[in-house]
Design a protein around this ligand. Structure first.
Ligand code: ATP
Length: 356
């Protein structure tokens, strides 16, 4: 057993949520329990709360006050998935408490790593493990989502959405992107639509200004349509991509498809004071209660949380989880049905725990 000094435990708010959220969260919690047993000095206090569509049905609020307070006062938040298609606000909108959390806590950095563990999981010919290895940074508090709560009148003849880009937020975002690129292969791609939208001309202008402070990072600017094509044709060319909220939303699903699907796509939503770690996927209502949800995106999100907590012990725990996932993924028969396998959620989780 590895031993590290840790004086105070980390307090983690755990929000399993709805749909397959509780199933994949149960897997991640088992993995966290296992690494706590393996890394002396790692202490995690997991405080679980009900939130999401189920909680809305029970008490009328998907994110009750005590959940917000817990998120605010904990070291990090681990979230499964939230929202259900049939549970809606009176005006017909779906509940999206996971997006509300990004706005409440200003979690502007949506960090979405994309990594190919085994060539059998890639729909492209000839892609070797590790050749697809990039990170999408999605701005997560403004962009085309910024007017999402504006009411839509039933008798409206037209509707518009606002794409908000602010100088301050964009500067913060680009500094994050350049610094991340410096820790990787020092290549950063801006994805925008600066040939058409004034907001994106402004976004690119700020990118260019910030780029001058990072002469060691090679940059590239792509329109979102061209970026989509290149991500399919030559995903190996990408290192870090930074983009607007909606473009990031769409491109991260496309990117997940290159490495096995939504069950392989972890994420972190990071702000100045707190961070929420959750798989990119939603509640997958078609899979509820069948023990076939892929838990790997959730488990890798927990590993991202441990890295972000940034103690010697938590970094070591994250390393153990990543090594275990890598080792389990070497066996292409060890897959849930979304990746053309026959394993259950429990079997994949047990294999990862055994590898740890
Ligand atoms: P949202 O709008 O919140 O993204 P959604 O239902 O539109 O939710 P997802 O839940 O992300 O989209 O997933 C779409 C489909 O992908 C699911 O119905 C399911 O079949 C599959 N899927 C998503 N996550 C997983 C997973 N962890 N394991 C297996 N299949 C998954």
């Amino acid at each position: 057993m590895q031993s590290f000094q840790q004086t105070t435990p980390f307090r983690i708010t755990v929000l399993p949520g709805d749909g397959i959220g509780p199933e994949v969260m149960a897997a991640a919690v088992q993995v966290l329990d296992k690494v706590q047993g393996r890394v002396a000095g790692l202490q995690l206090i997991l405080d679980e709360y009900a939130a999401g569509a189920g909680e809305f049905q029970r008490c009328g609020d998907p994110l009750p006050e005590q959940v917000r307070l817990a998120c605010n006062h904990s070291d990090a938040v681990l979230l499964g998935a939230m929202g259900l298609p049939d549970v809606r606000w009176p005006d017909g909108r779906e509940l999206t408490p996971q997006i509300d959390l990004r706005e409440i806590f200003q979690l502007f950095q949506g960090i979405r790593p994309v990594f190919l563990y085994h060539e059998a999981d890639c729909p492209l010919k000839g892609c070797k493990p590790g050749e697809i290895d990039f990170v999408i940074i999605r701005e997560s508090t403004e962009g085309l989502f910024s007017s999402r709560l504006r009411p839509l009148h039933a008798d409206a003849d037209s509707a518009t959405d606002q794409l908000l880009v602010t100088r301050e937020r964009s500067q913060q975002l680009f500094h994050v992107a350049f610094r991340l690129a410096q820790t990787r292969r020092s290549h950063l791609t801006l994805v925008d639509k600066a040939n058409v939208l004034p907001s994106m001309v402004f976004f690119r202008r700020i990118f260019d200004e910030v780029a001058e402070q990072y002469p060691d990072v090679t940059t590239r600017r792509l329109y979102v349509d061209a970026a989509s094509l290149l991500l399919v044709r030559q995903p190996q060319e990408f290192d870090v991509l930074v983009t607007e909220n909606m473009f990031g939303d769409i491109l991260s699903d496309l990117a997940a498809a290159l490495v096995g699907g939504m069950g392989m796509a972890p994420s972190a939503d990071i702000g100045e004071n707190t961070a929420v770690f959750q798989p990119c996927h939603g509640t997958a209502p078609d899979l509820i209660g069948r023990n076939i949800a892929n838990p790997i995106a959730m488990i890798l999100s927990a590993a991202m949380m441990l890295e972000w907590l940034d103690s010697d012990a938590s970094r070591e725990a994250a390393r153990l989880i990543r090594a275990a996932v890598t080792s389990v993924m070497q066996d292409p028969s060890c897959r849930t049905p979304d990746m053309k396998g026959h394993c259950t959620t429990d079997q994949i989780t047990a294999a990862i725990i055994a590898a740890i």
